[in-house]
Design a protein around this ligand. Sequence first.
Ligand code: NAD
Length: 352
Amino acid sequence: MMTKKILITGGAGFIGSHVVRRFVKNYPDYQIVNLDKLTYAGNLLNLTDVEDAPNYRFVKGDIVDAAFITELFRTEQFDAVVHLAAESHVDRSIANPMEFVMTNVIGTVNLLNAAKEHWKGDYAQKRFYHVSTDEVYGALGETGMFTETTAYDPHSPYSASKASSDHFVRAYHDTYGLDAVISNCSNNYGSHHFPEKLIPLAINNIKNNKAVPVYGKGENVRDWLWVEDHARAIDVIFHQAKAGETYNIGGHNEWKNIDLIKLLCKIMDQKLGRSSGTSEQLITYVTDRAGHDLRYAIDSSKLQEKLDWVPSLQFEEGLAKTVDWYLENEQWLDDVTSSNYQSYYETQYAER
Ligand code: NAD
């Protein structure tokens, strides 16, 4: 597949910004168009190192707006889509499910419709890559792992909306012959992560001597993958998967939330020069999240065996690197926590 112009949706978000950076830097012959609505989670300060690259362009827009998406496909003539735009926070989906239906389901179908129409007669030369989550598979007990053939069993409004979008992507492949590929990944961690999610929230609170909330007894188990390893997996799958395929992506790196937070406290004590055990005192148990899935674990052996991808970092190393990034990028954290980042688009892009 010769790819020239790629639409990356949600490129101002956590994972999307790593994917944009990787594609802009590694593929100077590609033109990367980053489409993002800039919700509370979208932050162009995540991309200052590539914003002036000749092969990069930012477009502000909403994937829920079908007319806008149709017009964008008509004027831009994309060769491929890497779709990451989504509402992504489980707690917010419990408070406001409809926003998740709109962006994650309707927004995805709008993109699929535009691709179906504009690529008609040329599907073999185009590609629609949908980025999804392991949460679509539901919860596991003490043992077992999700594989690519595990039946979908989503429990939260977030995972239900992502499951629905996955089904639509598969349906457009099976019904219309669109070249579509899906990957389902476990929890990501790393730089540029909005501090409402577990790891950046804990780092920020420990740094500021604030309580570190842990759901229930902290018994929930998650698999964690360094975000740059996820971006590399997306790159490999995008270029090498066959049409219609699904790949699971994970770190083979399961942690109970409480063990993870204790490890983080230990690293923070060392980095901040605090005596051992100081940060752990900030841990505060809070009422468990409704419908909280006990355990997710993902089997990524298909990706490892077929496409030769393996995670590059051990968790302790990745976590220490992540803590260093947050401590070295205080301004980013201050801008995000004070909402200053939301005016960056107006000041930086208004004249372009
Ligand atoms: P994020 O919340 O950090 O970023 C989402 C981005 O999408 C933001 O920049 C936001 O502005 C944009 N967006 C939201 N609604 C939009 C709309 N209507 N139109 C255009 N742009 C819109 O999310 P993330 O953690 O980077 O996740 C990216 C993708 O990866 C999502 O599809 C998510 O389901 C999936 N995923 C995330 C994880 C994880 O651990 N974070 C794991 C597996 C899969």
